[in-house]
Design a protein around this ligand. Structure first.
Ligand SMILES: [Zn+2]
Length: 315
């Protein structure tokens, strides 16, 4: 598996700038609450009642999502987004799904442990009358900080104490291996200790899943590797289908219109590009609804064939 690295010094500088900016922001006092919403976008899909909560948003250099992309094309893309250039503001959309007797969260945000513009999920759930102790299942698409680090509080106690935690076995084994740091680009190695501590905190409640398994009837796990080795997405039965994905598609313009651009957060870029293309071809052909963790809130829409690639059409 190849590790994606910048093609020139500027890209590496951008990666360092990103990690450095995150560290600086965490060292300063936390931002005050940024206006939590007392409502959440709600819709029904088949047997599933879904509400989309926000954990806030990330701030990353857009060039990290498009390493080596032609500058004029990237500029044109950024002009069409709301983020102040040269940054991207990926959203953090977290679906809460009620089905049968289950209340299921898909990823848990960063718990304010990674970027100060994230970590709103718990407060937002409470504000909307959802008791974190009532969550029965937490599905973890992969183990990056913005998806995982919200599992426990500063005392190390689980924020969702009664849930079982569903994660890919390959993902778990990758991050828990004693030499995982050597598989990561140097600037990402700092996330390993907290990631391992966080996963260790759920060891007694974890359920390993694999491609084809169902979390509950009608909610199927399928592999979308490349971003991390064991990342999966979810396919939910109903109408023409609903796919919930985290970082197989990270940006509603870049990932759809330029799926071959190298995303600096993809651990194995060649695998990630193949995953993106396969997923886009499938959902466009079958008109499957998408819910993307990082698309503009609430992150729901469709992929349409467009030129030699696709475009995202919000639902
Ligand atoms: Zn992410």
């Amino acid at each position: 598996m190849s590790i994606s690295t910048g093609r020139d010094g500027r890209d590496l500088l951008n990666r360092r700038t990103f990690m450095g900016a995150t560290a600086d922001a965490l060292a300063s006092p936390l931002l005050s609450d940024r206006g939590l919403s007392s409502s959440a976008y709600a819709f029904r899909h088949g047997a599933f009642d879904i509400r989309v909560f926000s954990d806030g948003h990330m701030i990353v250099p857009a060039s990290m999502l498009a390493i080596g992309a032609p500058a004029d094309k990237l500029e044109e893309v950024l002009r069409r987004t709301n983020a102040p250039t040269p940054m991207a503001w990926p959203a953090a959309n977290i679906p809460l799904i009620r089905v049968g007797g289950d209340l299921i969260l898909v990823d848990v945000g960063d718990g304010r442990n990674f970027q100060p513009t994230e970590g709103e999920l718990l407060a937002s759930l409470r504000l909307n009358g959802v008791d974190p102790a009532a969550i029965t299942k937490v599905v973890l698409t992969h183990s990056h900080p913005d998806h995982l680090w919200g599992i426990s509080n500063s005392a190390g106690e689980l924020n969702y104490p009664n849930a079982t935690y569903h994660i890919g076995g390959a993902e778990w084994n990758f991050w828990m291996s004693s030499d995982v740091a050597t598989s990561l680009p140097a600037d990402f190695r700092g996330i390993v200790p907290r990631t391992q501590r966080t996963l260790a905190a759920i060891a007694g409640r974890v359920i390993f899943v694999k491609h084809g398994d169902e979390i509950v009837p009608g909610m199927k796990v399928f592999d979308t590797p490349g971003h991390t080795p064991g990342q999966f997405s979810l396919a939910l039965k109903g109408e023409d289908g609903l796919i919930i994905t985290a970082d197989a598609l990270t940006h509603e313009v870049i990932s759809f219109e330029y799926p071959e651009w190298v995303n600096g957060f993809d651990l194995a870029s060649d695998v990630a590009v193949a995953t993106r293309r396969k997923l886009l071809a499938q959902v466009a052909a079958e008109r499957t609804k998408l819910l993307g963790f990082h698309f503009s809130y609430p992150g729901i829409g469709y992929a349409e064939a467009f030129g030699s690639a696709y475009r995202f059409v919000a639902a």
